[in-house]
Ligand binder design. Structure first.
Ligand code: EZ4
Ligand code: CO
Length: 405
């Protein structure tokens, strides 16, 4: 019997940080949850959904996931872009959740079933100086992680992406009515990082997988130099070396170094990955299941990547909600060329609002076997934490010029 969508509601909540969730309900009484969180621009996606998407979902058949994806992508004319794609991603996640609940299956079963027992994950270790970073790496290994992203402070700078000067948990979005401004110096970073990461490798031994994020800040030549300088460190990957809108420049980086490259957490469609994948300019695709149009679209990106031996490694910071993290773990369990899942972790309150079947143990995630995505949202608790204005920082060079954060 054909079911139909009777409501689609947007929930904005801030249990420790801001999240935008989408709840779709069917006439048969089944509810599905999606994640529409776009860090620092949350209300734009909430409005896109509330004002333009939710009204046209009502009456549609929730089983037609692909058709709804096409309807919201091709049917809108104004396609692509992070706001549009995060909204489509939320609808897609919610519809997969519903299909799972209707059939009594965890979503990974609907995607073809598990191709592995559990999925490798990495988290972040940060230290303002190298001794603090080594301590953080040790503490992170004690939590079971076998893959760790390492970020460190830079002498002469007061704040650096990914690092807290006091060693506390790093959260990029600062609460307040506008962005914090940071001073950035790429030359100081390049002088410091290869030596710091070499010390981490010497301390950790050869087996620990080490990752590092350059966060879009380098020129192609700087990226080539850094990749070469880091070859002895044997990184699992070097992430977002350049602002990758101009993808031709990555040919220069690729020709200069065999350090594996991961790119694309800010990309939202397969078309942004097309050149990077088909020219083998990257090793890992970083798109998030929430930002890149949901499971339906991210698995298509993974399928294209598989042809060129590029692997999927979805973005999983604190701004990718536990709903989208569930989506990523279901997809990861069922996708042969999935490599690793970022798992930054969440504030305790976030786990209380988003009760999830997925689990972390021993450096790995598993989506669990609850039907659908396996995440229930405590709406009463969520309502106690209204949206709080929060922005990602902006970065300026020493002379005041705005640069990539
Ligand atoms: O800066 O998600 O690899 N992870 C990252 C993240 C991003 C934030 C931005 O919202 O680069 O920490
Ligand atoms: Co990143």
């Amino acid at each position: 019997m054909t079911d139909r969508i009777v409501s689609a509601e947007v929930l904005v909540t801030s249990p420790g940080r801001n999240f935008v969730a989408l709840k779709i309900t069917t006439a048969g009484g089944v509810t599905g949850w999606g994640d529409a969180t776009l860090n620092g621009r949350e209300l734009a996606v909430a409005s896109y959904l509330r004002d333009h998407v939710c009204p046209i979902l009502v009456g549609r058949d929730p089983a037609r996931i692909e058709d709804t994806w096409q309807y919201l992508y091709r049917g809108v004319y104004w396609r692509r872009g992070p706001v549009t794609m995060a909204a489509i991603g939320a609808v897609d996640l919610a519809l997969w959740d519903i299909k799972g609940k209707v059939t009594g299956q965890p979503v990974y079963q609907l995607l073809g079933g598990a191709v592995r027992e559990r999925i490798l994950s990495y988290t972040h270790a940060t230290g303002w100086d190298v001794p603090a970073l080594l301590d953080a790496v040790d503490a992170t290994r004690e939590r079971g992680f076998q893959a760790i992203r390492v970020q460190t402070g830079v002498p002469g700078l007061e704040s650096v992406y990914g690092v807290t000067p006091d060693g506390g948990t790093y959260e990029p979005a600062g609460r307040g009515t506008g962005p914090v401004e940071e001073v950035w110096d790429t030359d100081a970073y390049l002088r410091h990082v290869p030596g710091a990461l070499a010390e981490v490798r010497a301390h950790a031994g050869p087996e620990l997988a080490l990752l590092h994020d350059a966060h879009h800040r380098l020129t192609p030549n700087q990226a080539a130099r850094l990749g070469k300088a880091l070859e002895p460190v044997d990184l699992f990957w070097l992430e977002d070396v350049t602002p990758a809108e101009n993808q031709d420049v990555l040919r220069r980086v690729r020709a200069a170094t065999t350090t594996p490259l991961a790119i694309g957490e800010v990309f939202t469609t397969i078309w942004e990955f097309q050149q990077l994948i088909t020219e083998q300019l990257i090793d890992f695709v970083r798109a998030a299941v929430s930002h890149a149009g949901g499971i339906t679209h991210l698995r298509r990106i993974a399928a294209l990547a598989e042809v060129w031996q590029v692997r999927l490694a979805p973005h999983g910071p604190s701004d990718v909600s536990p709903v989208a993290l569930a989506g990523a773990t279901h997809l990861g369990l069922a996708t042969p060329n999935f490599a690793i899942q970022e798992y930054m972790g969440y504030p305790d309150l976030t786990h209380e609002v988003f009760r999830h079947a997925w689990t972390y143990a021993d450096g790995h995630l598993h989506p669990g076997d609850a039907p659908g995505l396996g995440v229930d949202v405590d709406e009463a608790l969520a309502a106690r934490f209204p949206y709080e204005p929060a922005y990602l920082p902006v970065a300026r060079r020493r002379d005041g010029t705005l640069t990539d954060w």
